[in-house]
Design a protein around this ligand. Structure first.
Ligand code: PLP
Length: 387
């Protein structure tokens, strides 16, 4: 049996060691962490719903009615009226015939890809796709072909030489570590030409982009025809937990029959489904949250540009600041921490070698004053780095 220590030691010396911080408060701009108050710019609670009174009340009512746990898988005795109602509401929200709840986005991606693809098929993935899409692809045993980020010509060239079997293109709608969008209209056209499924993982678009927060597919004016498989997560803009896949009747029925990460796991607590129904109502009714977020994004980009920070091409709530080395990213994160600001460093292998970064994320729950505090702190960092 080999010793595990050398690998851990390598991670420490290469500034790649990952540590967990212990949180003592609800999610929000101000966190209690490790005994101090930090102003946070790294959650995915883009609309500020994770600690919303209506969502919490729905969770409590749901627990009162259904208890704490679902007690079983969906196909046994765990599929409650709360789950069912949420699925119907998510289908209506996304303008698709059906939606199916999964316990996590990670499982949804794995479940869809493994249910639809096998050994003789081909899965095309953007190089910057989320790990859960990559892992789903590996588990499916389909041939995995990755193409350079958002490079349609490279994708088209790879697709042109496919021989037999089914094909799928899977992409993040909004790339999780870069914040830019996939070129969905062009991808949809290519997939139609090539008779391939297009699957969009909209973990960071759903709730935030499109009409009433319908996501990146709606943002581009695309429908189910163009994007037959839409995955959305509920732990980010929706502020709760879980995920869903929306599409045709036949797609959802196929997943119910064949998707192993749907079948062989306990249904998420019904109370969580009730909480998500409440947050879905807020997502649709409170457009001001998206407007506020947009204003903060605009202000952040203008402020950061003035400071000469290396921003990326992102118009979304994800606003990474490129550091390059893992060491630099960690040093910046620690310097911000000492000023009471929490922005975690994102390092390889989560992002490509040499592109470690601070992943700043904004939320509708941030105030302009809080944003300006971040900009001031980043300005101080920048001056120290230049010196
Ligand atoms: C967070 C995320 C997931 C995983 O969703 P969970 O519900 O957290 O498991 C999948 N895809 C992308 C792009 C994500 O950012």
């Amino acid at each position: 049996m080999r010793s595990l220590e050398p690998e851990l030691e390598r991670r420490r010396t290469e500034h790649l060691y990952r540590r967990r911080r212990v949180l003592d408060s609800a999610q929000g701009p101000l966190l209690q962490m490790d005994g101090k108050t930090l102003l946070s710019f790294c959650s995915n609670d883009y609309l500020g719903l994770a600690n919303h009174a209506d969502v919490i009340a729905a969770l409590q009512r749901g627990a009162g009615q259904y208890g704490a746990g679902s007690g079983s898988a969906h196909l046994v005795s765990g599929h409650s009226a709360a789950h069912h109602a949420l699925e119907e509401e998510l289908a209506a929200f996304t303008g698709r015939p059906r939606a199916l709840l999964y316990s996590t986005g990670y499982m949804a991606n794995q479940g869809v890809i493994t249910a639809l693809l096998g050994r003789d098929d081909t899965l095309y993935q953007d190089r910057l796709n989320h790990a859960s899409l990559i892992d789903g692809g590996l588990l499916s045993r389909a041939e995995l072909k990755r193409y350079p980020h958002n490079d349609l010509a490279a994708l088209a060239a790879r697709m042109a030489c496919q021989s037999g079997g089914d094909a799928m293109v899977a992409v993040d709608g909004v790339f999780s570590m870069d914040g830019d969008l996939a070129p969905l209209p062009e991808l949809a056209r290519l997939c139609e030409e090539q008779q391939a499924w297009l699957m969009v993982d909209d973990a960071h678009g759903i709730g935030v982009l499109g009409r009433d927060g319908r996501g990146s597919v709606d943002h581009f004016g695309l429908d189910e025809q163009a994007v037959p498989i839409l995955m959305g997560t509920l732990g980010k803009a929706f502020g709760t937990f879980g995920a869903f896949v929306a599409g045709s009747e036949a797609l959802v029925e196929t997943l119910i029959q064949q998707s192993r990460s749907y079948i062989y796991t306990t249904a998420l607590p019904p109370a969580v489904a009730e909480a998500t129904r409440a947050s879905l109502r807020l997502v649709q009714a409170e457009g001001w949250r998206r407007e506020r977020l947009q204003q903060l994004i605009t202000r952040f980009r203008a402020g950061a540009a003035q400071l000469g920070l290396a921003l990326m091409e992102s118009e979304t709530a994800i606003q990474p600041i490129l550091a390059g080395s893992a060491e630099q990213a960690v040093a910046w994160s620690q310097a911000l921490d000492s000023q009471g600001i929490l922005v975690t460093a994102i390092r390889p292998p989560t992002v490509p070698e040499g592109s470690a970064r601070l992943r700043v994320t904004l939320s509708a729950s941030h105030t302009v004053d809080q944003l300006d505090r971040l900009l001031e702190a980043l300005g101080r960092l920048n001056r120290e780095t230049d010196a």
